[in-house]
Write a protein that binds this ligand. Structure first.
Ligand code: PGA
Length: 253
């Protein structure tokens, strides 16, 4: 079975003490992960040591970074590389979140470079894609997402693409409380998988986990994740509440 993943995206939230409390609460809230299931915590970079201390030795739980620079090292003041994260035990990195695309002008071409940097050191990119509201209203979301995938991912080999986790996050559903319906999520996830199959073949496409993101909560996770092509979620707001995120982990199929 494909990996089923509940990924927390804390974004730029919480103080160190609050982060520590949240991790403790989460560890004390009943949750369980089967062999094919993972929980991933994309915490702010300064809290990575804390998170790896608390979570590092737990089965199928991983700490992730929310972004990285495309180069390994050099004169890039304020930036952090995938190599640095890997040296701290962090092997999952979120790449191309819509907030990075929008507020930090990250382009498809730049994201292709970041993916290469992450894959080159053997880490796992969680690559985000998804359309803004105007595109959804024009019903051209498939074409929009296809071009994001084509521009940033399609230079990868088959051996590389199976290491990528994809997160489909419609921008109109992020932090808005508006969730794609279960049918909308399944429809575009199936489309994404079929589009990957046109390039890499069905067997490869079937191995790639595709997460849904955008106002996932405990109350909608079971229904969303029950779809055959929805392999878990990338969760913002609800990942900041231990009971919510534990329930989301437990909703994985
Ligand atoms: P949200 O954020 O769950 O708060 O909508 C999801 C995300 O941006 O990854």
């Amino acid at each position: 079975m494909r990996k089923q993943i509940a990924a927390a995206n804390w974004k730029m939230n919480l103080t160190l003490n609050e982060a520590s409390t949240l991790l403790d609460e989460l560890l004390n809230t009943p949750h369980s992960l089967k062999a094919h299931q993972e929980a991933i915590f994309a915490v702010p970079a300064p809290y990575i040591s804390l998170a790896t201390q608390k979570l590092g030795d737990k089965m199928n739980i991983f700490v992730a970074a929310q972004n990285c620079h495309q180069k390994n090292s050099g004169a890039y003041t304020g930036e952090v590389s995938a190599t640095m994260f890997a040296s701290m035990g962090v092997k999952h990195i979120v790449i191309g979140h819509s907030e990075r695309r929008e507020y930090f002008a990250e382009t498809d071409a730049l994201l292709a470079e970041k993916l290469d940097a992450v894959l080159a050191i053997g880490s796992t990119p969680i690559f985000c894609c998804g359309e803004p509201l105007a595109i959804r209203e024009a019903a051209t979301q498939n074409e929009f997402v296809a071009s994001q995938l084509q521009n940033s991912l399609f230079h990868l080999s088959a051996e590389q693409i199976v290491k990528v986790v994809i997160a489909y996050e419609p921008i109109w559903a992020i932090g808005t409380g508006k969730t794609a319906t279960s049918d909308q999520a399944q429809e575009i996830h199936a489309y994404i998988r079929s589009f990957l199959a046109t390039k890499y073949g069905q067997a490869i496409a079937d191995q790639i986990s595709i997460l849904y993101g955008g106002s996932v909560k405990a109350s909608n996770a079971v229904e969303l994740f029950s779809n055959p092509d929805v392999d878990g979620g990338l969760v913002g707001g609800a990942s900041l509440i231990a009971t919510e995120f534990a329930a989301i982990i437990n909703a994985l199929k």
